[in-house]
Write a protein that binds this ligand. Structure first.
Ligand SMILES: [Zn+2]
Length: 255
């Protein structure tokens, strides 16, 4: 029980750090300096007003200085990161090294999902950085053969590159960003072929549903651009924890 509590507290602190990453990385600002400040009045936030989730509740969701509303995004990311730390331990706790890599993987997913949603970009620091870490780990990952990881990683990146040029040349639209291609490198390296297929299936289906929703109810056209990286991140998250179960369910439909 103590282990879980320490992990959740650690998750809250890392969640607070991810908030800094998702607000500063897309704007090419340093993620270490300066100290956090209110986006509205620019006043530096005191440490006691920067306690994950708790400060948001104590301050009633408003900046102490200018009383401007603080985005609900901050406590939500903190709470969700902490939950994800616990979930990783719950599922993979028997292998602590794998748990640590699962936690890192999930932190990358959360950051990429939010950055793509708000800025429509997937920074190389996260996609290519993640690719290096997870391709190296695939040589030591006891749950996945290196061949599986490498095929999923480079095979999917190649397939997505093909799709990228297909949309660009044939359909004259940017159906995918090149960031999605780079993102596949690290998703594949950690998930392997099976779970990656579940990821792409979930991402495409949810992207399609959201796209149709926007076209019908919000009057958007087919040229509507969706942050596909956000859908890929959500799909990968579900697939990391429940991918094998989903694969078995799909297989049972056919046999
Ligand atoms: Zn303020």
């Amino acid at each position: 029980m103590e282990k879980e509590i320490i992990l959740i507290l650690f998750g809250l602190i890392i969640g607070s750090f991810l908030n800094v990453v998702v607000s500063r990385l897309p704007e090419k600002k340093s993620i270490v300096k300066p100290r956090s400040h209110c986006p509205s009045c620019k006043k530096a936030i005191k440490f006691y007003d920067n306690i994950p989730v708790i400060s948001y509740i104590l301050l009633g969701g408003k900046c102490r200085n200018c009383k401007e509303e603080i985005s609900l995004r901050y406590p939500l990311i903190e709470a969700f990161t902490a939950f994800s730390f616990w979930l990783s331990y719950f599922y993979f706790g028997a292998d602590l090294i794998y748990t640590a890599f699962a936690i890192l993987f999930v932190c990358l997913l959360i950051s990429l999902a939010v950055i793509d949603l708000t800025h429509m970009i997937l920074p190389d620091e996260l996609t290519l950085g993640g690719a290096v870490v997870f391709i190296v780990y695939s040589f030591f990952n006891p749950w996945l053969t290196t061949t599986d990881a490498v095929i999923a990683s480079f095979g999917s990146a190649l397939t997505f590159t093909g799709l990228y040029y297909f949309y660009l040349k044939v359909k004259k639209i940017e159906g995918l960003g090149f960031g999605d291609v780079k993102m596949m490198l690290f998703l594949g390296a950690f998930l392997g072929v099976g779970k990656l297929l579940v990821t792409v299936l979930l991402a495409s289906l949810s992207g399609l549903i959201v796209g149709i929703f926007f076209i019908i109810f919000k009057g958007k056209t087919l040229k509507l651009k969706l942050p596909f990286g956000t859908f890929l991140a959500a799909g990968s998250y579900i697939s990391l924890f429940w991918g094998e179960r989903i694969l078995r369910a799909i297989q049972s439909l056919f046999y």
